[in-house]
Ligand binder design. Structure first.
Ligand code: 2P0
Length: 332
């Protein structure tokens, strides 16, 4: 198995010249075709390609400055964390891949503006923003595909958060993973809306890293997942090119439910849904029967993300009190 450091090393200059300050933003993203399962756990290389839409201004902003007291400092939303917290350890391990022998202590300050109530994962935008900030801080001048491949090593879904709009993470087949990076699709959809439905917040018992590993190792049903994902990816491309909202929504919803089916078929079983998640799904189906074009997707948690177009926003805000609406391509 190739290590992250072995892959990154050839792309770094012989001598690093740290800057004074770097700051970068990366958006969060919602997958319409999910990443679920790895062919390489060290490099976060996926078993299937995935496709997401970025959440515009919602995401992570990370600032890097030199630390003058000889120790690393990791801050999250304005609060300094202990260096042995799980967040700090992940951040420092990632930074170590780049600063190498220089070992210069740093202050790494991250702010997430993702509504915490929405229960959205922040590892995707967090590692993407950190990667962009490191690139600036050390003047690495990495190409977008390289930034995406390296952000992937922090967290798989971070590969997609290097870009905005519709983004496809190509699975690649190289052992070093340098062809497993995201690309931005040349498409916009100004009327598209994503509605964040909060069902529950709080730490989940099984994180997605452990969840996908358990699924791959124990669910026979998982064998059908790569085929489903490949078919869905093709349908999503067609839907985006044709602005076919029904095709986009139906494909995303079936893809999410198929992923959850593989989780439920794992052992021990993995069910991220709460009773309120199922009630919200049934509400979406009831609204569709009444003629409202609305679909949902879900990740490794109990919350729903609704997909709809701008003209139906008021109906959906009334049906789901507290709905947080995002326009991924800005206002039309
Ligand atoms: C996705 N998820 O495509 C899928 C759907 C969760 C369900 O990407 O182990 O935090 O760091 O590569 O990126 C969450 O997985 O996992 C995720 P690692 P990551 O959005």
């Amino acid at each position: 198995m190739i290590s992250k450091a072995q892959v990154i090393q050839p792309f770094l200059p012989a001598t690093l010249t740290p800057g004074e300050r770097a700051e970068a933003f990366a958006p969060s993203n919602i997958a319409l075709c999910k990443y679920w399962g790895k062919r390489d756990k060290e490099l976060n290389l996926p078993i299937n390609a995935s496709l997401s839409v970025s959440l515009a201004h919602l995401g992570s902003r990370t600032r890097i400055t030199p630390a003058l007291d000889g120790a690393d400092h990791v801050l999250l939303n304005g609060t300094e964390l202990t260096v042995d917290s799980s967040f700090s350890r992940k951040v420092i391990a990632f930074v170590d891949l780049f600063r190498g022998a220089l070992a210069q202590p740093l202050i790494i300050d991250t702010h997430n503006n993702i509504p915490t109530a929405a229960g959205l994962a922040s590892s995707a935008s967090g590692f993407a923003a950190l990667m962009l900030a490191l690139d600036q801080f050390y003047g690495l001048q990495l190409a977008p595909e390289q930034l995406s491949a390296f952000a992937r090593m922090g967290s798989g879904s971070a590969s997609r958060s290097i870009f905005t709009g519709f983004v496809e993470w190509q699975m690649g087949n190289r052992e070093d993973g340098m062809d497993s990076h995201a690309v931005q699709l040349p498409a916009t959809w100004p009327e598209l809306r994503i509605g964040l439905v909060k069902v529950a917040t709080g730490e989940k018992k099984v994180d997605s890293r452990a969840g996908m590993q358990r699924t791959v190792e124990t669910a026979h049903l998982y064998q059908s997942w790569p085929l489903q994902a490949a078919a869905d990816l093709t349908r999503l491309h067609d839907a985006i090119v044709e602005h076919n909202f029904e095709l986009l929504g139906a494909t995303a919803e079936q893809n999410a439910l198929s992923m959850h089916a593989t989780m439920i078929a794992s052992w021990p079983p993995l069910l991220y849904w709460q009773p309120e998640s199922v009630a919200a799904m049934q509400q979406v189906w009831a609204l569709r029967e009444q003629g409202v074009p609305v679909y949902f997707t879900m990740d490794a948690g109990p919350n729903l993300k609704l997909l709809f177009t701008a003209e139906h926003e008021s109906v959906l805000s009334a049906a789901f009190p507290g709905l947080e609406v995002v326009a991924p391509f800005g206002q039309p």
